[in-house]
Design a protein around this ligand. Structure first.
Ligand SMILES: C[S@@+](CC[C@H](N)C(=O)[O-])C[C@H]1O[C@@H](n2cnc3c(N)ncnc32)[C@H](O)[C@@H]1O
Length: 292
């Protein structure tokens, strides 16, 4: 299911493990452009789709209605940690899916400020009602905090040099746009290979602005509690720190006898998928099955 706005990652693997069929019910905690959800709906299942981005939720809901599935789909706006812990969803689902990060649509919408490829205000909020933007972090964090952010979430070898350069630059003028930041990074961190040197810095800022690791840590126990016995938890992550959170969670629940680990090592996309969809290159899929 390839399309212009977002290509679902590891779709075949995800649907194989979730095994959708008529009468089954799923939560897609990261609805996005509904690529995975449409595959579940097409197999006859019902889906609750969560997204904290109001634009994504609207676009996906319209796409699902166009495909004729409005009657078996429920959109819910909000952070998945809050929605999964709240009282709107009920229980005994056959599967919960997380496909973390942002969609290509969000990355390619310049005014959202996720991408260094187009000039826009440094924003990066998935939920535009959040107060703190990437601009606030870049101009407000101390040198040490920036360095730690770029080193931990960005795993960037030039973290210190980039943090220093930001602090020097903002003494002269604030860093306001994606291009301001990308050019600054390019000046101090030379390009090696085809990946733009600002890639990891932008990823680190996005993860911090949206508290992505905390969201995942908080949501996994609630997701498991929404499952029926034998229900499946599937998580596609794109960052080693997120994969660590999922691995740790599944191991802990396995030791408690609550969850079977279906994928002892994470699955990764095929070489064909990576060459068709570059965005899939760092994906890792882990799957657990609820035991009790
Ligand atoms: C990678 S996209 C999902 C793409 C989708 N699986 C598809 O195939 O079209 C991730 C989506 O999850 C949303 N998202 C990320 N973190 C979230 C969170 N903590 N709560 C709710 N939505 C979140 C993003 O706004 C984005 O639309």
């Amino acid at each position: 299911m390839t399309n212009d706005l977002h290509t679902p990652v590891m779709l075949e693997e995800v649907t194989t493990y979730l095994a959708p069929a008529a009468g089954k019910r799923y939560i897609d905690a990261t609805l996005g452009y509904a690529g995975h959800t449409l595959a579940l709906l097409s197999a006859g299942a019902e889906v609750v789709g969560i997204d904290r981005d109001a634009d994504m939720l609207e676009i996906a809901t319209a796409r699902i209605a166009d495909a004729g599935f409005a009657g078996v789909f429920t959109p819910v706006r909000g952070a998945f940690s809050e929605v999964l812990a709240g009282d709107r969803l009920g229980s005994d689902y056959d599967g919960v899916l997380f496909d973390l990060g942002v969609s290509s649509y969000q990355l390619d919408t310049p005014e959202r400020g996720f991408s260094f490829r187009t000039d826009a205000p440094l924003d990066m909020r998935m939920d535009t009602s959040l107060v703190v933007t990437a601009k606030d972090l870049v101009n407000g964090l101390g040198r040490k905090e920036l360095y730690e952010l770029f080193q931990t979430l960005g795993e960037d070898a030039h973290a210190k040099r980039i943090a220093d350069a930001i602090c020097r630059e903002r003494r002269i003028r604030p860093i306001l746009t994606t291009t301001d930041l990308a050019r600054l990074v390019e000046r101090v961190a030379p390009r090696t290979g085809r990946i733009h040197p600002a890639t990891k810095i932008f990823q680190a800022l996005r993860m911090a602005v949206n508290s992505e690791r905390d969201e995942l840590k908080a949501a996994l126990p609630s997701a498991l509690s929404r499952l029926a016995v034998k229900g499946t938890l599937a998580v596609v992550s794109f960052h080693s720190l997120e994969d660590e959170i999922v691995k740790h969670f599944l191991t802990e629940k396995n030791e408690m006898g609550i969850c079977e680990i279906v994928t002892p090592s994470p699955l990764t996309p095929s070489t064909d998928e990576i060459s068709d969809n570059k965005r899939s290159r760092s994906a890792k899929l882990r799957v657990g099955r609820k035991l009790a």
